[in-house]
Write a protein that binds this ligand. Sequence first.
Ligand code: PRP
Length: 177
Amino acid sequence: MESKKVCVPLLSREQIAAAVGRLAAELNRDYRRKHPLVIGILKGCYVFMADLTRQLEMPVEIDFARLSSYGPGTETSGKVRLISSPRIDIRGRDVIVLEDIIDTGLTVKCFLKYLQRRQPASVKVCALADKPARRRVAVNIDYLGFIVPDRFLVGYGLDCDEKYRNLPDICALEDSV
Ligand code: PRP
């Protein structure tokens, strides 16, 4: 029988808002005279992307890619698939890749490889959360909100079997005792 899960609060909406504000300030400083192309990796990025990009003060263009490494449940399959690629031309652009969380690093590494083949002017990675305990491949994160512990996290875009994405806080999903 499937065990009952409980959501244990980890990062409050106030803590998340403060981190997103700090990241936006860093991007506003570094891209002040630029016109970046912000590409969010769906679906987990959708809340983070909406909050962050609304605080960007330079002209930006927005696009999405969809990659998936997790099947049903809480373990990565280890195989990353590009399900949907960005539509805007990447060549010569200053690209900012937005991720909700970097775990093994396989998703972002696969996407960076895809981008580099298309000759962008620059590529930086901005992630709300980094879970270094699970890293399998090295990834350079240029803008980071939080380092998080090795727990299965949901909320603020993060899911478990497509549920919990709409929670306003980030919580650890744990078996109830
Ligand atoms: C999650 C998350 C990241 C990725 C990180 O996406 O949103 O994109 O996994 O894991 P990794 O560093 O181990 O590759 P997922 O594949 O679950 O798809 P989703 O965003 O649609 O939930």
